[in-house]
Design a protein around this ligand. Structure first.
Ligand code: GDP
Ligand code: IMO
Ligand code: MG
Length: 438
């Protein structure tokens, strides 16, 4: 019997989860996504190529590794088909090592319509959703109206689909009398529906499984499993900056419900975080920068969304928020990303507490996410040198070593992995990190 390791984001998503899952994949037999859907965009770079995955787990480029889309994930068949075709164009045949839970819910064309209608109706208070139908699809799941991958071969499928579609159109008309003019990914609803129904055929050709049995069997047989998260802890439905969150549990707790595994099998929890912070979409962001430092982070870090292309909001590292995420997830190892993006900065600021209307606090209290607060910063000297070619921790500039040490001490968790570029190879690990895996 082995344990299931977990890799997830500790900030507002886009921390670099995809890169690290791909990097760690050779140490695992199975990679399993446990939540989220096509709102995710996980970027992998190796051998001169760049690949963005949305629903497919980031172990897919390793043919010997089984990749599972867990029950906690939601699938848009059109996006899924596109992803599969893009992989095939690159010479990867994903159908051989990809398995989908029959319990995975489907995002229908009218979920996408509702997402757009709800966002429009919110006006300035909009969430900044990726408009991939995430909120409405998870709403139907919890409302017990959803349709699932296991349903697609049932003779009742189209009846269920049409019933749901009718309900959605009724709701849409209440929110927006002009809903018929809303385009879905740039095309009319009817056209998207045609693509959607056609794309179900691809889903039917893939292996659909009872993934809870599959994964628990793997664990019982001593196979090594890595659970891959999407989004980040501060976008979690319960613990994120609600209502500016996604509609699933992005935290370690989500692994149990999203894959059907008991808490006792969870092993290490890898918390991925950027050396600074970014956020795409709306909602509170205490350390957000509106000055030239913010622009440097955006430009040097290519901080533009992998899924929507939107510019990401950038800011300094927020330690109380990071510590909160470490606590919520039980992080055993911190993995720090994109240190190279800060190479030029003479001074690095880190938020260590917040001034609230009542007092200074050094934790992520309700007030921090819901009232006007000002961050309190500690300043550290920047390293102002390139990290290119460095391949071990001991060769890092002393200022970066100090920055890492400071975060480790504050969070009381070690940082055994540092990423200094987007490529798989631009990854530094402490000597015993891999040998300790499973
Ligand atoms: P994910 O959603 O957590 O998988 O992250 P994304 O792929 O959305 O965003 C991370 C972006 O940063 C991608 O464009 C990666 O290629 C890139 N990236 C990852 N690690 C590093 C790094 O250490 N340095 C730099 N400069 N870019 C990185
Ligand atoms: P990965 O897995 C960054 C954000 C959206 C929006 C909010 C709700 O690549 O880290 P939704 O479409 O879920 O209704 O949007 O969540 N968001 C992400 N931000 N990375 C992601 O995924 C995200 N998925 C959703 O921008 O603010
Ligand atoms: Mg992303």
């Amino acid at each position: 019997m082995t344990k299931i390791d977990v890799l997830l984001g500790l900030q507002w998503g886009d921390e670099g989860k995809g890169k690290i899952v791909d990097f760690l994949a050779p140490n695992y037999d199975v990679i399993a996504r446990f939540q989220g859907g096509p709102n995710a965009g996980h970027t992998l770079e190796f051998d001169g190529g760049k690949h963005i995955l949305h629903t497919i787990p980031s172990g897919i480029f390793h043919p010997s590794i089984k990749n599972i889309v867990g029950n906690g994930v939601i699938i848009d068949p059109v996006v899924f088909e596109k992803e599969i075709n893009q992989l095939r164009d690159k010479g990867v045949e994903p159908t051989k090592n990809l398995f989908i839970s029959k319990r995975t819910h489907l995002i229908t064309p009218t979920h996408l319509l509702l997402d757009a209608v709800y966002e429009k109706s919110k006006g300035k208070a909009k969430i900044g959703s990726t408009l991939k139908g995430i909120g409405p699809a998870y709403t139907d799941k919890t409302g017990r109206n959803g349709i699932r991958v296991g349903d697609i071969t049932s003779s009742e499928f189209m009846k269920k689909y049409e019933r749901l579609q009718k309900q959605h159109l009724k709701i849409a008309s209440v929110f927006d009398t002009d809903y018929e003019g809303i385009l879905i990914h740039g095309i009319k609803l009817q056209e998207y529906e045609e693509l959607w129904i056609k794309a179900l055929e691809l889903l039917k050709s893939l292996e659909r499984i009872d993934s809870e049995y599959f994964i628990n069997d793997c664990v019982a047989k001593g196979k090594r499993v890595l659970a891959e998260g999407a989004q980040g802890t501060l976008l979690d439905l319960d613990f994120g900056s609600y209502p500016f969150v996604t509609s699933s549990n992005t935290i370690a707790g989500g692994v149990c419900s999203g894959l059907g595994v008991p808490p006792s099998v969870i092993g290490r929890v890898f918390g991925v975080f950027k050396a600074y912070c970014t956020r795409v979409g709306c909602g509170p962001f205490p350390t957000e920068l509106f000055d030239s430092d913010g622009e440097i982070l955006r430009q040097k870090g290519h901080e533009f969304g992998s899924t929507t292309g939107r510019p990401r909001r950038c800011g300094w590292l927020d330690l109380p928020a990071l510590k909160y995420s470490v606590m919520i997830n039980g992080v055993t190892d911190l993995l720090m990303m994109k240190a190279d993006v800060m190479n030029e900065l003479p001074v690095i600021k880190v938020c260590t507490a917040y001034k609230t209307p009542v007092s200074d606090v050094n934790h992520l209290s309700w007030e921090v996410m819901n009232e006007k607060i000002t961050p309190i910063y500690k300043e550290l000297p920047g390293w102002q040198t390139s990290l290119k070619g460095i391949d071990n921790f001991s060769d890092l500039p002393s200022e970066l070593k100090d920055y890492i040490k400071f975060i480790e001490t504050e969070c009381n968790v070690g940082i055994p992995l540092l990423s200094i570029g987007p490529d798989r190879k631009e990854t530094l690990i402490k000597t015993d990190f891999i040998s300790k895996l499973n």
